[in-house]
Design a protein around this ligand. Structure first.
Ligand SMILES: [Mg+2]
Length: 334
């Protein structure tokens, strides 16, 4: 029984901007669990916002990997990971847990979704994210996404040009469902001013407009507007979900920040509405997110934003992720 790791730098096809930063390089740690000649694979997508870097992943992986004593025992793994490290390091827990999930499916010779008894139907249509950048680039990305068949766009906002960006994207993509993610960058007066603009652009969902800790502001916003509000930065741990119910209509569940697929499923059960989200991660990480096909929404475009996804095998059909036919996650090194 062994656990190996390998860290690679992934790169987005274009610099990817949100209100807090713009990056092109995303170091990710790929974990391989081997037992009895069968392997299972997971990906750690650490995010500094949630207290992780590739260095913390490398430091705690050996300690947490000791919890992986039985690839069949998914429930027990949660307990053992929690016992070794009750809080923090969610992307490492996610990588180990999803490696165990694939190991069990591969041992049985079936795709993960089959092993878990999930429907073979493609999962809900995912949004495609248009990151912040020069307006002409954002217009082009929206046009190209529509041309590739995406029917749901999520645009990042949180700048001085938000109104112009929204108008421009609506012009480029008049027929798509449009979602907005302000990444906690707006103030209460700003978001009140933006409500009319969001309405005019027929925005269907607003993600994390205000600061992570401003639950009162989000609750007040919910009383002012019928536009559905989703929590992202306000959600760090699954046990926080019930506390968010008064302030948000739904939660963005990302396995890398919640600590794995079981946590994601727990968030689904506890939450008001749930959207399965992701970090910028390879197709291997995105394959694990499809475990939560039971959600009300999907935001799984992380690998689609990459210029150098090191894995192949996932198939997208007009914004919907098809169930892979291959054993395990159904992805292989390119
Ligand atoms: Mg978000």
């Amino acid at each position: 029984m062994s656990v190996r790791r390998e860290t690679l730098e992934l790169h987005t096809a274009r610099p990817f901007g949100i209100a807090r930063w713009t990056h092109s390089t995303y170091p990710r740690t790929f974990v391989t669990f081997e037992s009895g000649g069968v392997t299972g694979r997971g990906e750690a997508a650490p995010n500094a916002y949630y207290g992780e870097t590739v260095a913390t992943v490398a430091a705690v992986l050996p300690l947490l990997a000791g919890a992986l004593t039985d690839g069949w025992d998914w429930d027990g793994l949660q307990e053992r990971l929690g016992a070794r490290m009750p809080g923090g390091h969610p992307s490492v827990k996610c990588a180990l847990e999803t490696a165990a999930v694939e190991w069990a499916a591969s041992s049985a010779g079936v795709p993960v979704w089959r092993r878990l008894g999930l429907s073979p139907a493609p999962i809900l249509e995912s949004s495609f994210t248009v990151g912040l950048g020069p307006l002409e680039d954002m217009r082009r990305e929206a046009r190209e996404a529509v041309a590739r068949g995406h029917g749901v766009l999520k645009v990042k906002l949180g700048t001085n040009e938000d109104e112009a960006i929204l108008e421009a994207l609506r012009e480029e993509a008049p027929g798509v469902a449009l979602r907005v993610d302000a990444n906690a960058a707006w103030t209460r007066p700003q978001v009140r001013r933006m409500l009319g603009v969001l309405d005019a652009a027929r925005v269907e969902l607003l993600e994390q407009p205000l600061a992570a800790g401003d639950l009162e502001g989000h609750a007040e916003l919910r009383r002012l507007s019928s536009l559905p509000l989703a929590a992202d930065e306000s959600l760090h741990r699954v046990p926080d979900v019930p506390r968010l119910a008064g302030a948000f209509d739904g939660v963005n569940l990302k396995l890398a920040k919640l600590g794995g697929a079981a946590a994601g499923a727990g968030g689904r059960a506890a939450g008001p509405g749930a959207m399965m989200g992701c970090m910028i991660e390879s197709s291997r990480g995105i394959a694990a997110a499809h475990l939560a096909g039971l959600c009300d929404g999907a935001d799984l475009d992380g690998a689609l934003l990459l210029g150098d996804d090191p894995f192949t095998g996932l198939e997208w059909q007009a914004g919907r992720l098809a169930r892979p036919t291959g054993v395990g996650w159904g992805v292989e090194w390119r």
